[in-house]
Design a protein around this ligand. Sequence first.
Ligand SMILES: [Ca+2]
Length: 601
Amino acid sequence: MKTPASLFIVASLLTACGGGGSGSFIPPVAATGASTSASGSTADSGAGGNNAGGAGSTGTTTPVVETLPVLGVATGATLGNCASLAGFTFANTAITSASSIAAGTLTVAGKPIGAHCQVRGSMYSRTSPVDNQTYAIGFEMRLPVNWNGRYFYQANGGIDGSVATATGPVGGGGVLDNALNMGFAVISSDAGHQSPAPFFGIDPQARLDYGYQAVAKLTPMAKALIASAYGKGPDRSYFGGCSNGGRHTMVAMSRYPDDYDGFLVGDPGFRLPLAASANIVGAQNYNALATTPNDPSTGFTQAERTLVSNAVLAKCDALDGASDGLVQDTGACQAAFNLDRDVPTCSGARDGTCLSADQKQRIGRLFAGALDGGGKKFYASFPFDVGVNTNGWASWKFSSSLNLDSGAVAFIWQVPPENQVGFNGPNFTLTTSIDSILAKITATSTLYTESSLSFMTPPNPADLSRLKKRGAKVMAYHGTSDPIFSSDDTQDWYQQLMAANGGDASNFARFYRVPGMNHCSGGPTTDQFDMLTPLVNWVEKGETVDAVIASARGTGNAGGVNTDVPASWSASRTRPLCAYPKVARYKGSGDAEKAENFSCL
Ligand SMILES: [Ca+2]
């Protein structure tokens, strides 16, 4: 799906706003809770395996700690001659420019980016025999003069189709820093098509490049270009992005575990065709409730969404010990909140102070997980959260469903794709049977030999044993008010990963929920954080992170003000984002605007 460019493309780089609070070490002893150690051995534990054998036979979790490799700290180098990189040669690759970019030419959040070399080019240029359009995998690499020895693959959002500036995400919204500025050599690509429109899906190869093959083609080229630039290849390689970028990251975790050492997963659309189909089911249901035909937003109005948001707060805010406008104990909230019971039912006309019985039934069902025509759930539930009343939430549910999901499903994922002539996105969303869509996104043909569920989603996402054994690490985050990719879906994946690793995956993969955060940024939340720095420290030094400190972006924030931050909050409120399953709980005393007065429990 495509989203406003500002969300995905600019959106992810951040500073060490949390400072010293974000790097707590977990002692290397067998833990009784969810946390285990990552100790500093450089030896592969080998026979340690997945440690599933002795655990769990009694039905209780018995974490088994194994020693996993710590890959060691990268060492930097200085860029040689930028202009000479125009002559770099690699199979199926054309370099179009190599330009020295002076310090301060590029800025992020007002911060000048250091001197670097921008190399632009493309791979596998071709003309499609199917739609006669030209395709290539376009890219840019930005190579800092003062290199830190690391390579970062910047996975972009939306449906790709343009080369976003290769600054490299660090997580969250309103980023204050970026991988390039930290000294990484960063690549960004269009993933194999040169337009953000969905029609590239007519070409079978463009589908596959978007799904996973562009990464496989770009990675060895990027590493070779780095070697040419600095006289040595990268010591450590990282991969990260949000939304579709989070999907790319999870696909790379599954398909290319040998190529990258650290993975930063943000609000991943790792089952994107199913999520988009679920959003279409949502639009159809909201449209059935609409007071204005073909305007699903009138099926669940701003006033009604605020009513639900307030009801969620009333039931759930204090569950974490602080009535602070944030529902940090998302799990307990789902047990405590009941839409049918806790929101008034209209006795007359809808007026924003109640929900009709039909609304309660349909909305409750959508939150519980989209159903196919036979009543079978095909996508995850969404947790009830405060952010349901934001414009971002409404935009994904009522607008993107009509104008973005429709085209992506129809042209990129269905087999066969729809006819481009006369295609009408809103009409497709509001009138196509979900069973027809689900059948076509799982279909193949002689022309389209892989189904969208095959090329878009990570194969066996809970099997990361190869990545784990070689010492690679995963840090994933997801906003609990994300209206398009459910944090429950990511949580379900993480629970499966735990189960596949003897009940505890925390020695190589951690998952952090971001209470109140919308899709990758925004919402009533603390969404400004740097997850890349702790990821590097985990991969290279074995330092595990129980909590990443996040900040709200109130008035005056250098990364851009988040207008969803309530006026009653401190403009720079901080909170710990806790490693799942832990929850940030107020200690009972001290300034509730500050992370230091919360514990992950
Ligand atoms: Ca609270």
